[in-house]
Design a protein. Structure first.
Ligand code: VGL
Ligand code: ZN
Length: 233
């Protein structure tokens, strides 16, 4: 079963949003192309979906500064600006995203006391989101039980929610591809981003470009529609 997983393609992570990632909106046309590809059995997006009193907001942690890393109940937590508050415009999907092509939406970061970068587990790895269950249910529904699961991950932001999601997917035993041109990092230091990608590759995550994924499809389509040359007279 082949699954496209779009992580947090939300307004707050795009230019104009409260936690804007450089070029975050540029991924949307690429994500839409992937969503339209018929190589996927299932298309899922996650939503960072925080209550107003969420622990990750600097405003809820007096005495801390923006982007500080602090320990809360033994878990490292970055102090983020208020973002992706349930029901607010910043938490909505980017307006150009083809939400009509999504089969399911997974909300994460809903517990006020703990953050959840990964679409599978919270940052303390104490609780699971509904994602794994949704994958299992879909596999049953599609009659694909026992088949390996391949997850193609993209979205925002590469160095936080996308990386954590890809890592967890690999550790859960799924085969994982990360689409580099359908994601953008918060981090601007290229070297750090490359080191992080290498760590993911060490866990078995394959780093690919959307054109490689879509090209396979183009080639098979070409084979199917090839027209024989009419006979020369
Ligand atoms: C994210 C920081 C805080 C993300 C979510 O989607 O990458 N980053 N919350
Ligand atoms: Zn968040």
């Amino acid at each position: 079963m082949k699954v496209l997983l779009v992580v947090d393609p939300q307004n707050d992570f795009c230019p104009g949003g409260s936690l804007a990632v450089n070029g975050g909106d540029e991924i949307i046309p690429v994500v839409n192309e992937l969503l339209q590809s018929d190589q996927f059995d299932l298309r899922i997006a996650s939503k960072d979906w925080h209550p107003e009193n969420h622990i990750s907001f600097v405003a809820n942690n007096p005495g801390t500064n923006l982007f500080d890393t602090v320990k809360i109940d033994g878990v490292s937590q970055v102090m983020w600006p208020t973002h992706c508050v349930q029901g607010e415009p910043g938490a909505e999907f980017h307006p150009k995203l083809r939400v009509d092509l999504l089969d399911a939406i997974i909300e994460k970061g809903t517990d006020p006391k703990i953050d959840s970068y990964s679409a599978f587990f919270d940052n303390a790895r104490q609780r699971e989101t509904p994602l794994r269950r949704a994958l299992e249910a879909a596999q049953k529904h599609l009659g694909l039980q026992g088949e390996p699961i391949e997850i193609v991950v993209c979205g925002l932001a590469l160095d936080f929610c996308v990386a954590y999601t890809a890592r967890d997917a690999a550790q859960l035993g799924y085969s994982v591809k990360l689409v580099l041109d359908a994601t953008r990092p918060v981090e601007s230091d290229q070297k750090k981003v490359i080191a992080m990608l290498r760590d993911l590759q060490d866990l078995g995550v394959k780093v690919v470009e959307s054109r490689d994924l879509l090209a396979e499809e183009g080639r098979s389509l070409e084979r199917e529609t090839r027209v024989e040359r009419p006979m020369e007279p």
